[in-house]
Design a protein around this ligand. Structure first.
Ligand code: ADE
Ligand code: ZN
Length: 324
């Protein structure tokens, strides 16, 4: 890893905490909780990580979550992610969590939240990493489920900065969640949504116009629509780009063809992130490194992307200004 990338202070804005569950921890938690996994070894888990598309990944991602049952599990998962990212020069992180992936298995919202929240507090003390928490709705489930999850989150309003939209994109357009996001925004939550990861440009328009998002997660397929590119540029809309994820899920077959190049050329407000680092073979620095190598990005551009990550964060303006 180049010293320059390692030393760059950065914020991570697109990380699913459940996607940081390394196979070693998956096995340890399965043992601790008496959960039977359909694998004999850590190597067998890793060998299963070969995905043709988003859905193939999501099937394993939801299966992996089955070992997370107690508050301590969510605590250990989150603290391990914070320690690993601190080693990558991450100074601030905005973590997604998927409560419906847990409440649907009988794990209480409070168990999930308390474990993650306590780790974020301890992580800030131990490592100096600041953080925000973003609750994601699973878009393959009905909007009523998302609404009930939002209700459950109201008790934790002061500790959750925003809401997001993730899971299977195709066939689940943002407009299905218009009322949920309107209610969330009314309650003071900021908003993000995965859009244009696999879905068409219309879904990115939907995230902007129906959900009134503050950031777009991925946004790759926005490049197919010149008017949308112009709109994203005019709004200085941050995109949380995740190159190794795109490579692992077939969004690009070669990182040299990654849309980051075109995004930069169009003056879009891009950041680099890991998405689900335990599944896609790299934390944030590996994503910077991969893009540097594939696109020949200069230190100046890499430094700008790292500054963008703070500028696009949900930190307050004063804290942001001190870090950019
Ligand atoms: N949930 C976890 N990772 C995801 C991704 N890359 N896209 C959509 N939903 C997700
Ligand atoms: Zn994601």
């Amino acid at each position: 890893m180049s010293d320059f990338i390692s030393a760059l202070p950065k914020a991570e804005l697109h990380i699913h905490i459940e996607g940081s569950l390394e196979p070693e921890m998956m096995f340890a938690l399965a043992g601790r909780n008496g959960v039977k996994l359909p694998y004999d070894s850590v190597e067998a888990v890793r060998a299963a990580y070969s995905f043709a598309n988003l859905q193939e990944f999501l099937d394993l991602y939801y299966q992996g979550m089955s070992v997370l049952l107690r508050e301590e599990d969510f605590y250990d998962l989150t603290l391990a992610y914070l320690r690993r990212s601190a080693a990558d020069g991450v100074k601030h992180t905005e973590i997604f969590f998927d409560p419906q992936g847990h409440t649907s298995r009988g794990v209480a919202f409070a168990t999930v939240f308390n474990g993650i929240h306590r780790a974020l507090q301890d992580g800030e003390r131990e490592l100096g990493i600041t953080s925000k928490l973003i609750l994601c709705f699973l878009r393959h489930l009905p909007a009523e489920d998302a609404m009930a999850t939002l209700e459950a989150a109201m008790d934790y309003r002061e500790h959750i900065v925003g809401v997001g939209l993730d899971s299977s994109e195709n066939g689940h357009p943002p407009e299905l969640f218009t009322a949920v996001f309107a209610k969330a925004r009314e309650a003071g939550f900021l908003a993000v949504a995965h859009a244009g990861e696999e879905g068409p440009p219309a879904y990115v328009w939907g995230a902007l116009n129906a959900l009134a998002v503050d950031r777009i997660d991925h946004g790759n397929r926005a490049l197919e629509d010149p008017a949308l590119v112009a709109e994203l540029a005019a709004r200085s809309m941050p995109l949380t780009v995740c190159p190794l994820s795109n490579l692992c899920l077939g969004g690009v077959t070669d990182l040299a063809d990654h849309p980051l190049r075109a995004m930069l050329d169009h003056g879009l407000f891009v950041t680099l992130n890991s998405d689900d680092p335990a599944y896609f073979g790299g934390y944030v620095n590996e994503n910077y490194r991969a893009m540097q190598q594939a696109l020949g990005l200069s230190d100046t551009v890499l430094g700008q992307i790292a500054r963008n990550s703070f500028a696009a964060s949900f930190l307050d303006d004063e804290t942001k200004a001190a870090r950019i």
